[in-house]
Design a protein around this ligand. Structure first.
Ligand code: DC
Length: 224
């Protein structure tokens, strides 16, 4: 069986960066499952579909025409052959993704697509339910967290660096609202798998977290 390493956790916990570095280090494929929910929201908004319309958004998820293209600047995301790499990272897409992610038929539509990323030599899967629902047989499961305040601060620094004008308070409110929706929904809520190792990154650097994850992978599969 192709080995899978799952890293789940709330937004801003650092899992995106950790997954990217880990997949590079291991030479494994990378699944950014959040991008699929973001793409479903962006495609729905583009087609004028109400994000609360369960069957219409599920239909869009089922027929997403998406390509993830590796480049020197990271992965370029194409939706219907249009570059949406930065559009899917905007606040509107984040909020929209969190709404469509609560629809069971949307999650079912994306399940098959996510499992298809499991190709040799292995996969690093980034999300909310990778260890609980999508890859329950993963060889290593991590649940990465950080306090809401720390996560808001990280996001604030990212956006300010990009030249966006935001306030820390607004980001903290938005993170808390999203956490609440992601944890309270009945379909695959954000929670640690029973067999996941929890890492709190609030006071850790990215490299310290990566080191910890790598040593766990070494213990379990001895690849590096
Ligand atoms: O990881 P992210 O911020 O890109 O995720 C965007 C939204 O998608 C987030 O609100 C939670 C949802 N999501 C999910 O429900 N399940 C996943 N496996 C990944 C993301």
């Amino acid at each position: 069986m192709v080995p899978v390493i799952t890293i789940d956790g709330p937004s801003g916990s650092g899992k995106g960066t950790i997954c990217q570095r880990l997949s590079e280090k291991l030479g494994f494929h990378l699944l950014d499952s959040g991008a699929l929910y973001r793409l479903t929201a962006v495609a729905s908004m583009r087609q004028g579909v109400d994000l609360h319309d369960i069957s219409a958004t599920a239909d869009i998820a089922r027929h997403l025409n998406v390509v993830f293209e590796p480049s020197n600047q990271g992965v370029v995301v194409l939706l219907d052959n249009r570059d949406v790499t930065s559009e899917i990272r905007q606040e509107k897409a984040s909020q929209g993704a969190s709404i469509v992610a609560a629809h069971i038929p949307v999650r079912q539509a994306l399940l098959v697509r996510q499992r298809a990323f499991r190709e040799p030599p292995g996969l690093v899967a980034d999300g909310r339910d990778m260890g609980t629902t999508v890859f329950p047989d993963a060889v290593v499961k991590i649940f990465l967290t950080a306090s809401p305040e720390e996560r808001a601060k990280r996001r604030y620094n990212q956006l300010i660096e990009r030249g966006d004008s935001v306030t820390l308070r607004a980001l903290l409110d938005s993170i808390k609202a999203r956490d609440e929706r992601d944890m309270q929904r009945s379909a695959s809520p954000l929670k640690a798998a029973q067999d996941a190792l929890e890492i709190d990154s609030t006071k850790m650097t990215i490299s310290a977290v990566l080191e910890k994850v790598v040593s766990l992978v070494q213990q379990r599969i001895g690849l590096i």
